[in-house]
Design a protein around this ligand. Sequence first.
Ligand code: SF4
Length: 674
Amino acid sequence: MESLWPQIEPLLAQVTKPARYIGGELGAQQVVHGPDLVSWLLVYPDTYEVGLPNQGLQILYEILNERPDAAAERSYAPWVDMEAAMRAAGVPLFSVEGHHPASAFDVIAFNLSAELVYTNVLNLVDLAGVPVRSADRSDTHPLVMAGGHCAFNPEPLADFVDCFVLGDGEEVVGEVNAVLAEFRGGGHRRPGDGAGRADLLRALSRVDGVYVPSCYDVAYDDDGRLAGVAPRYADTPERVEKRTIADLGAWPYPRRQLVPLIEVVHDRLNVELFRGCTRGCRFCQAGMITRPVRERPAEQVRTMVSAGLERTGYDEVALTSLSSADYSGIQETVTAIIDDPACSGQVSVSLPSLRVDAFTVGTAAQIQRVRRTGLTFAPEGGTWRMRQVINKLIREEDLYAAVDAAFSQGWKRVKLYFLIGLPTETDEDTLGIVALAKQCVAIGKRYHNSVTVTASVGGFVPKVQTPFQWFGQNTIEELTRKVHLLRDAARPVRGLTIRWHDPKATAAEGVVSRGDRRMGAVIEAVWRAGGTFQEWSEHFDLQLWTDALAAHGMSLEDTVYRHRTEDEVLPWDHLSAGLHRDFLWQDWKDALAEFGLPDCRWTPCYDCGACTGYGVEHVVASAVPPAGGSQGTGQDLSTGGQVPVRFLTTAPSGAAPASGPGGSATALVGEGRG
Ligand code: SF4
């Protein structure tokens, strides 16, 4: 492949952070391409700093490069200054390893972890010199693929992405590569060259977990509502099921985590403790679509931590998952890491996504032995009633006990995450956020003269494949009113800071989140009007979105604020995250009835479909439920269905999300201090 470095190098003096574009990180692969190797360009459609730590991309990068029939490089969205310089100089999107042009790769594969990056996806395909619409591509163009959590509603990108992968990527990426390699056989320059792109896409559509939009017809009824999405060919599956790896222990990746040359978000060693979550928080798409729970064996966690620290030189490790304190034996694992002689007492451990009910004084004490990193808890709802609706069954006393533990062990800053705009939310629920945070400040002042509690408030966007997928999102005006309520109530409280996400950006996210295939025209219009980097406050522009909606006969009222009905065909109904639709509907009704559902790790299975449908099960090292019952709330553990769940005494199997830390570092926030 040709290197574009001679054309790229002169541009670097003109742009901010040129190190974004040079590669050379510790852990970067020496990629060798060859006629028998399928070449992949793995692209994170946001800046280098946001994209580099993404664990999903790094896992696939290593797995592909270990294969004898594949070679993978990486790319990230060039910031606007670099893009302008590239376009002016005629330099296309390139890889950071070999600085090869994106169009020379067989596959350009995107990680989709947030909806507002979709316009960047179109921009990067265009910057690669590849036609933006799939239908305009020929056999000479790379395949454009995408995966990640947002792929569970791929329809808004269906006109631009040739195929999507649903679920865990570790196994399916090899199967996709095998299909591409087979088509590449016979000396074709491209996998589809000679054999025909349409044939290749049909072959890919037969791989489990792969969705090829062009193999499906979409029908609308007379009212313009979606009537159905049906396969065009007899050998195309009616419903695409997600992929689930049963054994996380079989995939100890990344083995060689990338260490960047410049500061990035989550700049530390990251080791995934487990994948999946069965707490059942109804707003949480990540929890719903990654079921069941699959823990990594504790010994492997320790080995990955010590080897990773030694190799990278980091002095901080994050033990990642959707709820790290739920990991069996978390205290022992943290203690073992801190006591490891290799760490020399200089390594700090952070546990993102702590749940307050599982957090203990012991864990806090272990973590703070070396250095007090930030502590974040996520009650999500301001009142017990609200938390029953969303099934985040945290009692106030649980939160206060956790916060007390933290302050008593020396922390002076605590962060709390909340959502506003949740189903059935009242002003009492909203103001409950300030009441909770205020009490946390008071607890902190028992131990320290000066403490800071930050309540971070996000507007709720209903996500597909969750029980709230039928809910009509709060309007911008309503979310803004709630933000003002919070800000005013927090103002007199010294030590309390309220931060909030821009309600306009929440609305734009909602536009894409549950859109059907027609939303592609809106995304394209926003991109053509210059709307890239919509995750970034300095570039986000709601007017671009509302203008594009209006130009295509759509509105926020219909696409974002409208409640969906039970019998309505949803644009993602032909795709499955494993969860039965009737389970989700019942859970939605339970939410409205303020009825909580126990964590099925410690109660009988209620057959949501995630295990029973795929022949997999939870992999947890402990069959001992938390003190006090499910979710630590005293809930009756006998509640549940009839199918028993087998708990393993050791943890031989497990799986983790193909996207890990490294999500958007969006700056779309406001702030008010007490
Ligand atoms: S199938 Fe049963 S055990 Fe598995 S996640 Fe669903 S409810 Fe839990």
